[in-house]
Write a protein of this length. Structure first.
Length: 278
């Protein structure tokens, strides 16, 4: 009897694991409401992060088609689209096509800097007509409504490869102070690769912050564990993926797009869609 129970439990565990590993590309949707947006108005964002030069189908067709199906007003890229070790071609195939779908904005991740060819990478990205934001902002108007998009460079720009330190945090906060004077009547969006700084971002006048980097915590158990381990957050990361309320700011952490030697358990790679409405 005990052997039968043990065998049944083992089969159940194997079945659950197999099911969890079936992580095809998915679309995850969020809605953020704000009284800064006029009645009946909407801004649709597609956010992509952490591709690490991975390719989805021939010529990135699977991923590009997923993005196009969402009919975004803008596409925001939150770093590590390019990897520091893999060939850049997978990223190039994506970048050269999505500019035909909607205006695109990009902020750096750590791997662009780890490549030691960051300037070359950023020039390549910009060559496709993508706006690379280096600690700066740009105002856009969509359907008569004004929005500000702010972008902050990853701390790796200063040579930081290790867990966040006092010096790194101090430098990062100094950069963020550039955005203190954002207009109160405009919806302000921050693009920042690293989610471990969400509480710092919330000290500034951002209505929405979009991040990547955590890869969804790699392994998840739905309703029990949102992520097992994430870079710079360690085990059981607080900001592994999903929507978080932090004061007056909403933060959304994308689970990323890369599929590599590290298995993703109940953690499918995702295209993030955010609708900002009244």
């Amino acid at each position: 009897m005990k052997k039968r129970v043990a065998s049944a439990l083992l089969l159940c565990a194997v079945g659950v694991t197999i099911a969890g590993l079936q992580c095809g590309l998915t679309v995850r949707q969020y809605t953020v409401k704000s009284d800064k947006v006029g009645e009946g108005k909407r801004l649709r964002i597609v956010m992509l992060s952490d591709l690490h030069s991975y390719s989805y189908g021939t010529d990135q067709s699977l991923l590009v088609n997923k993005v196009a199906e969402q009919q975004p007003d803008i596409i925001l890229l939150c770093g590590d689209i390019v990897d520091d070790k893999k060939p850049v071609s997978g990223a190039q195939l994506l970048l050269q096509q999505i500019t035909q779908i909607a205006p695109c904005y990009y902020v750096s991740g750590n791997h662009e800097y780890w490549s030691e060819d960051a300037d070359v990478i950023f020039d390549m990205i910009a060559s496709y007509g993508i706006r690379v934001l280096h600690n700066e902002s740009e105002t856009i108007i969509v359907d008569g409504e004004q929005y500000t998009i702010c972008g902050v460079d990853d701390p790796a720009a200063n040579g930081q490869r290790v867990r966040r330190s006092y010096g790194e945090s101090k430098d990062y906060l100094e950069v963020l102070r550039r955005f203190e004077s954002r207009p109160d009547d405009t919806f302000n969006i921050l693009l920042a690769h690293r989610p471990e700084y969400i509480e710092e971002y919330a000290q500034y006048p951002f209505d929405l912050t979009l991040c990547g980097h955590a890869h969804g915590g790699q392994w998840r158990i739905p309703h029990l564990m949102n992520g097992l381990i994430a870079p710079n957050q360690g085990f059981f990361p607080e900001y592994a993926g999903g929507l978080y309320a932090c004061g007056d700011m909403t933060a959304i952490v994308g689970r990323g797009l890369v599929r590599d030697w590290k298995p993703r358990l109940f953690n499918p790679p995702e295209v993030v869609v955010v609708d900002i409405t009244d």
